[in-house]
Design a protein. Structure first.
Lengths: 364, 323
C-alpha cells in the first residue's frame, strides 16, 4: 500500500449501505439545487440596472410563445431589454458557470489533484493571448455575427491545450505530472507575452482586460448558440463517466487492473472538457474560481462521489455564476463590475467557511 | 491569475493611452472644412527662448517644485499631448526626443523615440535632456531621474480644459516661452467660445461616448466628459460617478442616448456593427442614424487639438446649428 492511497479509501471503501443512502439522497439534493438555479434565473431576469416590473417581464417572455401576442403598453425598450439583453445574458452566464464547474470537477478527477481547474493546462492563458493578439493587430471583424475576439480566444485556448498535450505525451501515455508541469510552464510563457503586448499596445487595452477579468456585458444569442455545441457534448460525456472518474481518481494502476482503457478515457474526458472550457472562456472571459470552488464546495457538503457531484456541479455552477453576474451588473449600476472579481469576492469567503466547518483531513 | 491585479492597476493609464494610438486619421470627415486650429501636417518653427526668465522656479503638474537654471536646449517629451503643446508654444528647436505615441506634428515623429510605458532610465539619461516631460510614472522614474540631476516635469493628464491651460502655462515657464504660452491659451479660449457661443443648449442631446466594444465610456471627471460638458451635452454615464466606467448594455439601451460617438474604430466598430448589437436597434441614436466615429487621438489628447475635438463633437451634437 502506498501512503498516498490511504486517505482515498475513506471514501472509496464506503460500505454498501452508505452508497445506497447516497443514491437515494441524490434526488432531494438535485431538487434543492434546481430550486436554487430557478431562483437565480428568475432574479437574473427580473433585476437589472433598469427597473422592469416582474409581470412585464413575464408578459415579454410569454409573447415569444407561438400564438401569444403582446399589448402595446409594454415599451419596445422593455421588450428588447428582457428578450435581447437579459435573457441571453442569464443563459450565457448559466451555461458558462455549468461548464466551468463541470469541467473543473472532471479535471480534478482525472488529475487526482484538488488544485486542478479548467485552466490547468493552459486554456485561460491561451485564450487571453489569442484575444490579445487580435486586439493588438489591426485586423477587424466579424464572422457569422460573432466578433473575432471570441474566435481568437477559442483558437488560443485550443492551441495551448494541444501544445501542452503534445509536449507531455510519452508514446501512447500522457503522465498527468508532465501534463500539469507543461501546462504551468506554457501558461507562464503566454502570460509573459500577453503582458508585453498589452504594455506595447495602448489602444483598446480595456478589451484585453475584459477578456482576462471576464464578464457578460456583451452577451447575445449568437454567443449562447456558439458555446452550446461544445458545452452540451462535454456535459453528456462527462456525466456518463461519473463512475469511471471515481475509479480514475483512485489510481491509474488500479483503474487499469479493472479493465479500463485509462489513456483513451483520459483523452476523451480531457478533450471534451478542454473544448468546452475553451468555448466558455471565449464568450465569458477567464472567470476565476468557479471551476475550483463550486466542485469543492459540493464535495465538502455532500461528498465526493462523482456520480452525484457532476450533475450537481452543472446545476449549482450555473446558479452560482448567474448570481455572481447579477451582482456584477446591479451592485454598482449602471456600471459593470468584472464578474471574475465577484466570483472571488463572494465565492472564496463562502468556500473558506465550508472548509473550516468541514475540517476533514481528506475528503477528495 | 496574479497578472490580473497587475493589469487592473494599469487600466486607468491605458484608458488615457487610448488617446495615443499611432493612427492619426480615422473618423468621419470633419464637419467643417475650415482651417484646423492645430494642423499636424504644418511646420511649427521654433522661437528663441526668453533667457531672462532663468533661473526659473516651476511647479509641475504633480505639485513638485524645481528650479531650471537655464533655458532648456534639449527637451524630451514622453507624452503625446504635451509634445503638441511644446510645438505650439515655439519650443521646436529644443525638442530632441519624444515617446512613441507622439505622432503630431510631423516634425515630432521624426525625432528620436523613447517608450513612454516602460522607459529605461539609461536611455533617457543618454539623451542628455535638460527637461524631461512625463505624464505617467511607471514606478519611481521621476525619483530615479531627479537623483541624476535631470529636470523632470511630471504632468499627469489634465481632466479638464482649464487643466490643459494650466499645463500650457507651466510648460511655457519651464521652456522660456511664457509669452507664446499666454498667446496660445488666449487664442484657444477664443476658438473654444467661438464653437460654444452659437449653441442652443436648451436642445442639448444626450450622448454615449464609446471607448471600446465592451462599453467602457468616459464618465464625470474625465477630460473627454469635460469636452462634452463644455458643449452642454448630457452624458448618460453621468450617474456612474466614475471617470472610466464600463456601462451595462441594458443601462445604455434604457438611457436611450440621442447621439453615440464611437472612439473604437480601431477595434472594428462602426455605425453598422453597433446597429447589429442585440437590443441596440431601439436606441434613438441608432434609429436616427446619429452614430459618428471620431479619432481617439483628437478627442482624448489634452492639448491644442481640443479645439478641433470641440468643433468635431459640436458638429455631431448640434448638426442644425452648424449647417
Amino acid at each position: 500500500m502506498t501512503r498516498r492511497r490511504e486517505p482515498l479509501e475513506l471514501t472509496t471503501a464506503a460500505p454498501e449501505a452508505l452508497i445506497a443512502g447516497l443514491r437515494s439522497a441524490l434526488w432531494p439534493r438535485l431538487l434543492l439545487s434546481c430550486l436554487a438555479l430557478a431562483v437565480a434565473f428568475v432574479l437574473g431576469l427580473v433585476l437589472g440596472p433598469t427597473t422592469i416590473a416582474p409581470e412585464e417581464t413575464v408578459r415579454v417572455l410569454l409573447s415569444h410563445l407561438p400564438g401569444v401576442g403582446i399589448s402595446d403598453d409594454v415599451s419596445l425598450a422593455t421588450r428588447t431589454i428582457v428578450w435581447d439583453v437579459r435573457l441571453p445574458r442569464v443563459i450565457l452566464a448559466g451555461t458558462v458557470g455549468a461548464t466551468l464547474a463541470l469541467t473543473g470537477a472532471a479535471y480534478q478527477g482525472v488529475f487526482r489533484n484538488p488544485l486542478a481547474d479548467p485552466y490547468l493546462i493552459g486554456v485561460a492563458t491561451g485564450a487571453a493571448l489569442g484575444a490579445t493578439i487580435v486586439v493588438v493587430s489591426d485586423v477587424s471583424y466579424a464572422w457569422g455575427g460573432l466578433s473575432l475576439l471570441p474566435l481568437a480566444a477559442f483558437a488560443g485556448a485550443i492551441t495551448s491545450v494541444v501544445v501542452v498535450y503534445g509536449v507531455a505525451r510519452v508514446g501512447n501515455t500522457v503522465p498527468t505530472t508532465s501534463l500539469i508541469l507543461a501546462g504551468v510552464a506554457l501558461a507562464s510563457l503566454s502570460t509573459a507575452i500577453t503582458s508585453y503586448l498589452m504594455l506595447r499596445e495602448t489602444t483598446n487595452a480595456t478589451a484585453i482586460l475584459t477578456v482576462i477579468l471576464g464578464g457578460f456585458n456583451t452577451a447575445s444569442w449568437t454567443k449562447v448558440f456558439w458555446v452550446l455545441p461544445y458545452a452540451v457534448p462535454a456535459g453528456v460525456v462527462i456525466l456518463a463517466h461519473g463512475r469511471i472518474l471515481n475509479v480514475l481518481s483512485l489510481d491509474e494502476e488500479q483503474a487499469r487492473f479493472l479493465g479500463l482503457d485509462v489513456e483513451r478515457t483520459k483523452l476523451l474526458i480531457l478533450g471534451v472538457a478542454s473544448l468546452a472550457a475553451a468555448a466558455a472562456v471565449s464568450v465569458g472571459g477567464t472567470i476565476g474560481f468557479v471551476g475550483l470552488i463550486v466542485p469543492h464546495a459540493i464535495r465538502l457538503v455532500w461528498g465526493p462521489d462523482n456520480r452525484y457531484l457532476l450533475p450537481l456541479c452543472i446545476v449549482l455552477g450555473a446558479a452560482f455564476l448567474i448570481g455572481a453576474d447579477l451582482i456584477a451588473r446591479t451592485a454598482d449600476s449602471p456600471s459593470e463590475i468584472p464578474v471574475g472579481i465577484i466570483t472571488a469576492f463572494f465565492g472564496v469567503p463562502f468556500f473558506l467557511y465550508l472548509l473550516r466547518r468541514a475540517r476533514l483531513g481528506a475528503y477528495f | 491569475m496574479r497578472i490580473v491585479f497587475f493589469l487592473a492597476g494599469l487600466v486607468a493609464v491605458l484608458v488615457f493611452a487610448a488617446a495615443c494610438s499611432d493612427d492619426d486619421g480615422g473618423g468621419d470627415p470633419p464637419p467643417a472644412e475650415s482651417q484646423k486650429f492645430f494642423d499636424c501636417t504644418e511646420a511649427f518653427p521654433g522661437s528663441e527662448p526668453d533667457a531672462s526668465a532663468f533661473p526659473a522656479e516651476v511647479t509641475d503638474g504633480s505639485g513638485r517644485s524645481l528650479t531650471i537654471e537655464a533655458a532648456p536646449q534639449a527637451i524630451a517629451s514622453l507624452s503625446a499631448g504635451h509634445t503638441e503643446i511644446l510645438y505650439a508654444i515655439g519650443a521646436a528647436d529644443a525638442m530632441t526626443a519624444v515617446d512613441n505615441t507622439s505622432d503630431c506634428p510631423v516634425a515630432a515623429s521624426l525625432l528620436e523615440h523613447v517608450d513612454a510605458f516602460s522607459p529605461s532610465v539609461e536611455s533617457i539619461v543618454a539623451l542628455e535632456a535638460d527637461v524631461v516631460v512625463l505624464f505617467f510614472d511607471p514606478g519611481d522614474l521621476v525619483q530615479s531621474l531627479a537623483v541624476l540631476g535631470v529636470n523632470v516635469l511630471m504632468m499627469p493628464s489634465p481632466s479638464t480644459i482649464e487643466g490643459v491651460y494650466e499645463q500650457i502655462e507651466v510648460l511655457g515657464d519651464a521652456t522660456g516661452h511664457a509669452a507664446e504660452a499666454d498667446t496660445l491659451i488666449a487664442s484657444m479660449r477664443g476658438a473654444v467660445s467661438e464653437v460654444t457661443n452659437g449653441l442652443d443648449e436648451s436642445d442639448a442631446p444626450t450622448f454615449f461616448h464609446e471607448l471600446d466594444n465592451t462599453y467602457f465610456t468616459a464618465g464625470p471627471g474625465s477630460f473627454i466628459a469635460d469636452l462634452y460638458d463644455e458643449l452642454g451635452a448630457e452624458n448618460i454615464a453621468e450617474s456612474t460617478g466614475q471617470s472610466f466606467p464600463q456601462m451595462s448594455a441594458e443601462a445604455i439601451i434604457a438611457a436611450d442616448p440621442q447621439v453615440i460617438i464611437l472612439a473604437d474604430e480601431d477595434a472594428g466598430e462602426s455605425a453598422d456593427t453597433v446597429a447589429e448589437r442585440p437590443g441596440w436597434g431601439v436606441i434613438a441614436a441608432v434609429q436616427d442614424g446619429r452614430l459618428h466615429v471620431v479619432s481617439p487621438d483628437i478627442v482624448s489628447r489634452p492639448g491644442p487639438r481640443l479645439v478641433e475635438a470641440l468643433e468635431t463633437l459640436a458638429g455631431y451634437l448640434y448638426p442644425e446649428v452648424l449647417n
